[in-house]
Design a binder for this molecule. Sequence first.
Ligand code: ATP
Ligand code: MG
Length: 430
Amino acid sequence: MAAMKIQSVRGMNDIGIEDSPLWRYIESHAKKVFDAYGFVELRTPVLESTALFKRGVGEATDIVEKEMYTFEDRNGESLSLRPEGTAATVRAVLENSWLRANPVLKLFYIAPMFRHERPQKGRYRQFYQLGVEMFGPAGARADIEVLALQYLLFNNLGLQDVELRLSSVGCETCRPEYKKMLVEILTPQKDHLCEDCQRRLETNPMRILDCKVEGCKKIAKNLPAMVDHLCEICEPHFNEVRDGLVALEIPFKVDPSIVRGLDYYNRTAFEFVCTSEKLGAQATISGGGRYDKLVEDLGGPATPAVGFAAGIERLTILLEEVKDKLKTYVDICFINADEAGKVKTLQLCQMLRSRGIRAEMDLDNKSFKAQMKRANKLEARYVMILGQSEIDNNVAILKNMETGEQEDILLTQIEQELKDRFPKSVNFKL
Ligand code: ATP
Ligand code: MG
């Protein structure tokens, strides 16, 4: 009896041979942009103490309340698979004391995250985020930098129909007043709110503003906006962010419903959203904002911070048509008519590959015909035929597969001839 096939875990995907070139395209563009803005890579473990996320993300958030993969390890310690990158970044920054020597600390990550959500298009249980966190500066220019970075990245990737939605969620001075106002207005209408929002009314009333349930959306539309009730520090900060975006000609919309799902944000909050139908209900590409209290909440010195995270799977959905352009080609495929040319082929392949040229050869003692077939399938630009008769005549045949032209190359000069013909690989286009 055949063994039962074991399948992948629901909501967790392989990034397979059809998709990985696009992932590489996205990640290499992202790394170039991160470099230009001076962000350095951070890799944290996939597992952290559950307490980190309870404290860092917030007990009353969807993530901690219902989406975390939490389990006890063999020692009885509660661990969780990382659901987002910020809390772990702050933990690492404090544990390694990086703030001491770096008054402006800029970090980026590209990493898998885990949330037990209902899998659907653009929403998975293991998904990847690319993001940055900047620690130190309290001023609006840091917020502008993080926004401008995303704008540049999405532009460089060739994304279309992307819209920046901007808001301010205030601070500990103005937010409590505003929350009180919300509770006063919403309590008499409590019965019309969804179950989650009835609870949020007690725990986190601002979250009602971004509830996706229709009834709640209707009620939220008529509520006063945080951006109209900012204090004398938050208001000029918000204005400076807006002015900076205008100066950089980055279009945006003020959207008071952007409150972000996580507890730790203050002042600037934003999302980049796709306005086309391509992402369906999962239209948000990236989200983030300022979180000036989180470092302190996690036991560090008071340190302002701002960051964002973008979902890579959602980017791949939007960039589906780029896939064709990312096809790689074989520069040269060697064909061995018989045993005689094999050693030379091995040496020439190694020489070309050491120069970054994509060279292929027969690995399996296949027939001449089968080797030619493979060269065609690989869409090799050139093939070189090497066998006993070529060695006897001191020539190898180089065939241009696009034009069909053939050349005889003197074997005694073959290395130099190949170096001249392949100064760089066709695949080096990114
Ligand atoms: P959503 O409202 O779509 O659930 P979120 O507010 O939970 O998003 P964040 O925690 O801000 O998302 O994460 C930033 C980005 O990470 C999102 O904008 C999205 O692109 C991506 N993302 C979040 N959750 C998932 C998921 N389950 N699957 C795939 N991508 C995700
Ligand atoms: Mg979510």
